[in-house]
Every structure is written in C-alpha cells, then in structure tokens.
Design a protein. Structure first.
Length: 111
C-alpha cells in the first residue's frame, strides 16, 4: 500500500538534490527502503502539482540517465532546466551522468 508518508519522504529527498546534480527513481526508492519502489517514486513525483512549494522533479531520471519523466513537464522544460544547471543532454539522455549523479543514500547518511 502506498502511503502519503512515502510520498512525503520522496519529496524531502528530491528537495535536497543540489542544482547541477541528478538522481534516479531507484536511488530515491533505495534510500527510503526498497529498491523496487522506483515506479512509486515516479507516481509521487507525478503528483507534485498540488504541493504548496515546487519540487525539483526535473532532477530525477531513470537509471540509464534518460529523461523518462519529460512528458510530465510543459514542452521541453525538463531538458531546458537541466541544461541551465550545466547538465549535458543528447537525445533525451544525460551524457555526464556519473559526474552529475547525486546518491541520496550516501549524501543523507553523511549529512
């Protein structure tokens, strides 16, 4: 069962992704406690329009670095926002994935 507390956990993590960094749905799910929860992380991010403050959901991509969530953004805005932050994208795929990847589990464990 999906709970609102799970969605809140997703939002708390996504809010902490630094500008110029990306993470994956799976990395967020693993940080919360389940590697297989990547799809639920996506569902949570699809429901951010009702939140009082913006969530930088554009910084979350799939494990191959593909902008699979781009259809939930207006026009080409996901790609444009990432490029404005210095992320290199070709054919809707992040080219500098390793240097841009932010591991929430590691970052939040240290912080």
């Amino acid at each position: 069962m999906i709970t609102t507390s799970y969605f809140k956990s997703v939002y708390e993590i996504v809010r902490q992704i630094p500008k110029g960094k990306i993470t994956t749905y799976g990395a967020i799910a693993e940080c919360i406690g389940g590697k297989k929860g990547a799809r639920v992380v996506g569902w949570a991010l699809n429901n951010t329009s009702h939140l009082p403050e913006p969530i930088p959901a554009h910084r979350v991509v799939n494990k191959q670095g593909l902008l699979t969530g781009k259809r939930y953004f207006w026009g080409n805005s996901m790609k444009e926002m990432l490029q404005q932050e210095g992320i290199i994208i070709e054919n809707d795929k992040i080219m500098n994935f390793e240097t841009c990847f932010w591991d929430p589990h590691q970052a939040l464990k240290q912080g």
